[in-house]
Design a protein around this ligand. Structure first.
Ligand SMILES: Cc1ncc(COP(=O)(O)O)c(C=O)c1O
Length: 315
């Protein structure tokens, strides 16, 4: 089975850049851009899915609210409101004729002056969108992935707030993920400074034992994932008991089932950790039930959750 390296992007015609639609190859920045040196940017990962009513963005408002909250943490100015960003994203998807896509908004400290805190900063906001398949592979979605508990510690929130989706946080994710891939695994699982389970490099984690579902609290240095919140809600609506509590490595290894959540990763089962099977080493039945409902929801097949979707083409 192949390891889940991320596939290359399929370039589209347009990128939205500070309120203009420009060509994909023209969306460039200077090598002395502040964010390139100091990680002074924040970003989002959003998906739009193909539905009967055309492409629909999943939880657009939540994502853009989180983007602006991340800006506040770092004193980064985004010159656009949540509503303006949503409208621009809808237009971008339609202009690029994308039936479904991954959306990457970024707000960053631009070229102007260098030094950690320049006297005057300028900021840029861009949104790109492209067709992107399963982040951890189609096989991973179907049958589950193989993970390793990383020896790279999750950055404590006192050092870098985990709830802000800052570019700089991803140096930590990069190290953990790279080591996992180099070791022949699909993904890493990071422990926090207390030795409890935090999250994946780009995913929240859930464990299931005796039909009860658990995910770590935000205070365990995790991103307040929008898919995490969705999975909690869906699992509760399906009648499961869900608790937000710290998880030890022992509990993780002894779980009946385990899965990752994330906009990119969607709901990906974990079938093996540290070379040992989780449960029977296959996608578990509860994971399957939540995953099936999740895909129905994002694809607009359930009227109950239709308010989570923003349709790009007004009918
Ligand atoms: C570190 C980290 N944790 C969790 C997640 C999942 O968050 P969401 O479900 O909002 O995409 C992501 C992805 O954005 C992430 O980068």
């Amino acid at each position: 089975m192949s390891i889940a390296y991320n596939s290359p992007m399929n370039p589209c015609e347009y990128i939205w850049f500070d309120n203009k639609f420009i060509g994909w190859n023209d969306a460039n920045t200077h090598v002395l851009t502040h964010a390139l040196h100091y990680g002074s940017g924040v970003f989002e990962g959003i998906r739009a899915y193909e539905t009967e009513k055309g492409p629909a963005i999943f939880k657009a408002k939540k994502h853009y609210e989180r983007l602006l909250e991340s800006c506040e943490f770092y004193d980064i100015t985004c010159n656009f409101t949540v509503e303006e960003l949503i409208e621009s994203t809808k237009k971008l998807i339609v202009k690029n004729k994308l039936p479904a896509c991954y959306i990457r908004p970024i707000v960053y400290t631009d070229y102007g002056s260098i030094g950690i805190i320049p006297k005057e900063s300028t900021f840029a906001t861009a949104i790109a969108a492209w067709e992107w398949g399963s982040y951890l592979g189609d096989d991973g979605i179907k049958h589950g992935i193989r993970c390793i508990i990383s020896d790279i510690m999750k950055t404590p929130s006192q050092a870098m707030p985990s709830v802000a989706k800052s570019c700089a946080n991803y140096a930590n994710s990069f190290l953990a993920k790279k080591r996992a891939l180099n070791g022949g695994y699909d993904e890493a699982i990071l422990l926090n400074r207390h030795g409890n389970i935090a999250e994946g490099p780009g995913e929240n984690i859930f464990v299931i034992k005796n039909n009860a579902i658990k995910t770590p609290p935000i205070t365990d240095d995790v991103l307040e994932g929008i898919t995490r919140e969705t999975a909690i809600q869906l699992a509760k609506d399906l009648g499961y008991d869900v608790s937000v509590e710290s998880i030890t490595p022992k509990e993780l290894l002894q779980a009946d089932e385990c899965f990752f959540t994330g906009t990119a990763a969607e709901i990906t089962p974990i079938r093996e950790i540290n070379d040992a099977p989780i449960g029977n080493g296959k996608k578990g039945p509860i994971t399957h039930e939540i995953q099936t409902l999740y895909f129905d929801v994002v694809k607009g097949k359930t009227s109950q959750y239709d308010h989570w979707l923003t349709y790009c083409k007004e009918s």
